[in-house]
Design a binder for this molecule. Structure first.
Ligand code: SF4
Length: 255
């Protein structure tokens, strides 16, 4: 079963990779709202029900309360992560919310890092770019170098071109982390595999051009809405990570 995040603030959860992580969901709690519809999305597929963004005021109040509670218990989060039921950067007040959260962080839990997980579709918008420049970890999705593979895996709900996304990513001057989901299987009778030699060679070329400060590779972990997808092994991901590191870019693998 795929599942929605049922709150504005979720967690904290402890993981070996991130430490103590508190999540922020700017998207509706009753429905997913995304301009992609990835076949691997842990929130399930988009539905006709749209729901409303959580308001800037609610996010600020609820996060402030949670951070104060955690600080009082002597357990500030290591990281505050913007993720949740869809694409956070589509929120109309995204930059203002980031500013609010950075202020709360500085005031209550200054050691916490702020991360945003985004599908990179909105980075051409000036306010989104400014906001992402301010956070500690600007983590942007790039699942393939090919538009037809992106159409198959990510199912963009509007116009989307890898070339344009890459041009926008380059404008961060390395202040970004590229995140790539590796998977294979079948979807609607079509073969899906973004780990073939052709895929990885073309993707590596884009990674070299973008020159991010890190690449994060991961694979399917929980249930996916498309049912015939398979995990990629940690060994295979490590081999791809080694190719990234050969470009002088640190790479991490989450199995
Ligand atoms: S971009 Fe993220 S939230 Fe949107 S469909 Fe893909 S995995 Fe789900």
């Amino acid at each position: 079963m795929t599942a929605l995040f049922s709150d504005v603030i979720f967690g904290p959860v402890r993981s070996r990779r991130l430490g103590l992580s508190l999540g922020v969901n700017l998207l509706p709690v009753a429905a997913k709202l995304c301009n992609f519809d990835c076949i691997y999305c842990e929130c399930g597929y988009n539905t006709p029900e749209k729901g409303r963004f959580n308001s800037r005021e609610d996010v600020r109040r609820l996060l402030g309360e949670k951070l104060r509670e955690m600080a009082a218990a002597g357990e500030c989060p290591d990281v505050v992560t913007f993720a949740g039921n869809g694409e956070p950067t589509t929120h109309p007040d995204f930059e203002a919310i980031i500013d609010d959260i950075l202020r709360l962080r500085d005031e209550i839990c200054p050691s916490a890092r702020v991360s945003v997980l985004s599908n990179a579709t909105m980075i051409g918008r000036e306010s989104v770019r400014r906001a992402l420049e301010k956070v500690d970890n600007n983590i942007l999705k790039l699942d393939s170098a090919f538009d037809d593979t992106v159409r198959l895996i990510n199912d963009p709900q509007g116009a989307c071109s890898v070339a344009r996304t890459v041009e926008e990513m380059k404008k961060f001057d390395g202040n970004l982390i590229v995140q790539t989901m590796l998977l294979r299987g079948t979807h609607n009778g079509q073969r899906v595999d973004n780990t073939t030699g052709r895929e990885i060679d073309a993707w590596l070329e884009l990674v070299r051009e973008i020159a991010p400060r890190q690449v994060m590779l991961y694979t399917i972990d929980r249930d996916t809405p498309s049912k015939e997808l398979q995990k990629v092994s940690v060994e295979e991901m490590r081999a791809i990570a080694a190719k990234v590191e050969a470009l002088g870019i640190p790479a991490s693998v989450a199995g």
